[in-house]
Write a protein that binds this ligand. Structure first.
Ligand code: AMP
Length: 288
């Protein structure tokens, strides 16, 4: 496995892989790798023959007061994981390699970035789309893998790729969960034992939504109220949002019809946790 810290080095490795006719699969991450990230790497191994993982805690997607400084950075452990799962190239740049001090260019996707997390993390998606556009230009992958865990991010990136005519296929992979349903996240390690236990209620609230739709409920406000009741059992939590939106446009709906995205964001002690499910007629389905 090769490890590159510079853009020039990545370009050289990619050039060599392209020259051999390899299909490049790419998994962008912020590191602190876990089984969720590994599932993306495994899918990339299936669909491509040269797999690149980027490990970069992107400063521009964190707002003031967010956890940029304390975000975990266990690079050696991450490299061992990548090696073990057959990654060909890891790109682990320093911030100054990615952002020139004179940087004035940003990529902004409108509308889709306004609801859900966009309301609470101002500037977050601009940071995400900008870094992804840069990474796509550097790595020039044929196919890139994102987790449904961050559904809004995946939808926004898909839109950006279509709008900017980036020659790239986006694959959205299922959310990997702990046995109690909690979506695996690098931020789960911030939780105390009690908070970790309580965090299972996030998935329980999403399951409630699915069950209610399955038994014919159509009133979105009524379903959200039942989901909130479950989340309110968590002691000392702040619910940022509980939303049910159109699965494609992320627009607000009053009445369940077709594919809907149920999404939750809560602050639990030091962690901000998000989760979602995509529901169609009472069944959870996948984006792809
Ligand atoms: P991050 O390192 O948090 O930026 O995540 C990198 C990629 O891994 C993103 O596409 C995430 O959606 C994906 N990811 C994170 N957690 C999970 C999970 N539990 N299941 C599936 N994908 C995940």
């Amino acid at each position: 496995m090769k490890v590159a810290e510079t853009i020039e080095s990545v370009r050289n490795h990619i050039k060599a892989a392209h020259a051999k006719g390899k299909k490049i699969g790419f998994v962008p991450t912020m590191g602190a790798l876990h089984i969720g990230h590994i599932s993306l790497i495994e899918e990339a191994k299936k669909q491509a023959d040269y797999v690149v993982v980027s490990i970069f805690v992107n400063p521009t997607q964190f707002g003031p007061g967010e956890d940029f400084e304390k975000y975990p950075r266990p690079l050696e452990k991450d490299l061992d994981i990548c090696d073990k799962y057959g990654v060909d190239l890891v790109f682990a740049p320093a911030p100054k390699e990615m952002y020139d001090s004179q940087n004035l260019t940003w990529v902004t996707v409108e509308k889709l970035t306004e609801p859900l997390c966009g309301r609470f993390r101002l500037g977050h998606f601009r940071g995400v789309t900008t870094v992804c556009a840069k990474l796509f230009n550097i790595v020039q992958p044929d196919v890139t893998f994102f987790g449904q865990k961050d559904a809004q991010q995946a939808i926004v990136i898909k839109r950006m790729v279509a709008d900017l005519n980036i020659p790239l296929q986006i694959v959205i992979c299922p959310t990997v969960r702990e046995p109690d349903g909690l979506a695996v996240s690098s931020r789960n390690q911030y939780l105390s034992a009690q908070q970790r236990k309580d965090a299972a209620l996030i998935y329980k609230s999403l399951q409630k939504c699915k069950e209610m739709i399955g038994t014919g409920a159509t009133d979105v406000q009524q379903i959200i109220a039942e989901m909130q009741k479950i989340l309110q059992q968590i002691t000392s939590t702040e619910i940022e949002y509980v939303s049910i939106v159109n699965a494609e446009t992320l627009g607000e709906i009053d009445c369940i019809s077709g594919r809907v995205l149920a999404a939750v964001a809560v602050r639990l002690g030091p962690a901000r946790l998000i989760d979602n499910i995509l529901v169609d007629g009472g069944k959870t389905i996948m984006y792809n």
